[in-house]
Design a protein around this ligand. Structure first.
Ligand SMILES: *[C@@H]1O[C@H](CO)[C@@H](O)[C@H](O)[C@H]1NC(C)=O
Ligand SMILES: *[C@@H]1O[C@H](CO)[C@@H](O)[C@H](O)[C@H]1NC(C)=O
Ligand SMILES: *[C@@H]1O[C@H](CO)[C@@H](O)[C@H](O)[C@H]1NC(C)=O
Ligand SMILES: *[C@@H]1O[C@H](CO)[C@@H](O)[C@H](O)[C@H]1NC(C)=O
Ligand SMILES: *[C@@H]1O[C@H](CO)[C@@H](O)[C@H](O)[C@H]1NC(C)=O
Ligand SMILES: *[C@@H]1O[C@H](CO)[C@@H](O)[C@H](O)[C@H]1NC(C)=O
Ligand SMILES: *[C@@H]1O[C@H](CO)[C@@H](O)[C@H](O)[C@H]1NC(C)=O
Ligand SMILES: *[C@@H]1O[C@H](CO)[C@@H](O)[C@H](O)[C@H]1NC(C)=O
Length: 366
């Protein structure tokens, strides 16, 4: 019986963690947050409803703003999330390094709100009503330790200026951003992740991304781009451009991206005629997502590609030369997963020679 109870408890815990993970995923702009416990980084799961505030307050000798919870095990973390706050808490403790303010109703930040805090590392402001200029006015550039700044799902109209140079992640997805303040990003040499999906950007100008020499993941999905933007960072390995209406992919659309591995171009209204035959001819590419477009043929892809997603197109023809320009002992396609479901072809339409080219294929959906 005791054993059974134990098993039930474990099951419950597993279930809790699983549902919590989904919540985390939604809250932070779609890219999960990795926690480094060795560095003392706190849990990102809200304390709301998990722990009794009064108990926390009674058992923690340290000062804690009335509107927040201060857990004993993470003395540097302040959880003030999901409480309908219209304003930031007064008098943040000096010790604050991890500040959770997501899921409130905050539209502006007082300019001295961080005045006594010098060691801030994360500032999480997702799901509020923040207006554009407010982030530029709180002296963020003085927060030299700040590495994560999240303000997804707010009302920002531009990428704020005066950001601190040490930032590693900037998440501004699902705002109304139509411009990037001049020079806003130019000092962010350590930035590795930039989320701007779900905004109103039409173009990137030459200086915008110039300083982003470490950028790895750039999400520009669901914006108003009509062409692959120029002047992106050559260091990018993951480039997401889905849900833009792109008029064409030219020979040089991705020229200069020597590190590009994961490219997402799903739902971009692409037709076969506007895709240049050489546009994907670079050997760093590992995964290419062209699902939900209007392609009639399989585009030419490099032999080094491993994952190709072409579901929900209008493909009627499958020519092996798309994958293999020639077939020989060492000339074959490295494709492992190929999705062709939701097109206008069936299995028996595959040409007889495809197995000689797609030699290491593990899954094909058709
Ligand atoms: C958020 O603030 C606005 C006014 O700024 C108010 O009308 C609204 O009711 C508030 N919403 C919540 C959920 O508190
Ligand atoms: C900063 O600290 C001083 C001295 O403790 C205090 O008077 C002031 O109200 C604090 N300011 C904020 C914004 O917390
Ligand atoms: C930022 O630091 C500078 C110089 O240390 C100081 O003059 C300025 O008042 C600070 N800004 C804010 C908003 O704290
Ligand atoms: C960028 O990262 C490097 C290596 O971690 C660090 O030495 C440097 O101080 C960081 N730059 C800023 C402006 O924080
Ligand atoms: C594309 O837009 C649809 C509808 O707005 C949305 O559900 C989907 O998540 C978006 N996909 C991406 C990759 O942003
Ligand atoms: C494609 O984009 C349109 C509008 O941009 C959106 O309504 C639709 O849900 C998207 N489809 C998918 C599969 O993301
Ligand atoms: C792809 O590029 C290589 C050089 O990087 C070139 O030799 C090859 O002919 C190109 N293939 C196609 C199909 O354009
Ligand atoms: C496949 O494409 C090549 C080159 O474009 C062409 O020569 C060949 O005839 C095509 N094969 C079929 C079966 O259409």
């Amino acid at each position: 019986m005791a054993l059974l109870c134990c098993a039930m408890l474990v099951l419950l815990c597993v279930f809790n963690i699983a549902s919590a993970t989904i919540e985390v995923h939604m809250d932070y702009g779609g890219v999960p947050l990795w926690i480094n416990r060795l560095l003392g980084e706190p849990s990102v799961i809200s304390l709301q409803g998990r722990l009794d505030s009064a108990w926390l307050r009674a058992n923690n000798p340290q000062s804690c703003p009335q509107q927040c919870d201060c857990p004993l095990q993470w003395p540097t973390a302040l959880y003030c999330d999901h409480r309908g706050l219209a304003d930031t808490p007064d008098h943040l403790p000096d010790r604050t390094q991890y500040l959770f303010l997501q899921g409130n109703n905050i539209s502006s930040l007082s300019s001295c709100f961080l005045a006594n805090v010098t060691d801030l590392r994360w500032l999480i402001l997702d799901h509020n009503q923040l207006q554009s200029d407010t982030l530029g006015q709180i002296g963020l550039q003085n927060q030299t330790e700040l590495c994560y700044l999240f303000a997804n799902h707010n009302h920002l109209r531009s990428v704020p200026s005066a950001l601190p140079a040490g930032l590693k992640q900037l998440r501004l997805a699902h705002n109304q951003i139509s411009s990037i303040s001049p020079g806003a990003l130019k000092n962010l040499h350590n930035l590795t992740l930039l989320l701007l999906q779900g905004n109103k950007l039409r173009t990137i100008t030459e200086g915008d991304f110039k300083g982003l020499v470490s950028l790895n993941l750039l999400d520009l999905s669901s914006n108003l781009f009509s062409a692959v933007p120029r002047h992106l960072s050559p260091s990018v390995e993951q480039l997401y451009l889905s849900n833009n209406t792109l008029s064409a992919l030219n020979e040089d659309s991705f020229v200069g991206f020597f590190n590009l591995k994961y490219l997402r171009l799903s739902n971009c209204s692409l037709r076969s005629g506007v895709i240049h035959q050489k546009v994907f001819n670079f050997s760093s590419l590992v995964e290419l997502d062209l699902s939900y477009n209007k392609l009639k043929t399989v585009p030419t892809v490099p032999t080094t590609l491993r994952y190709l997603y072409l579901e929900a197109n209008e493909i009627q023809e499958f020519n092996v030369t798309s994958f293999c320009r020639e077939v020989g002992p060492l000339s074959y396609s490295r494709i492992k997963v190929l999705r062709l479901d939701g097109n206008r072809m069936s299995h028996h339409q595959l040409p007889s020679d495809w197995v000689f080219c797609l030699r290491v294929l593990e899954s094909i959906y058709i």
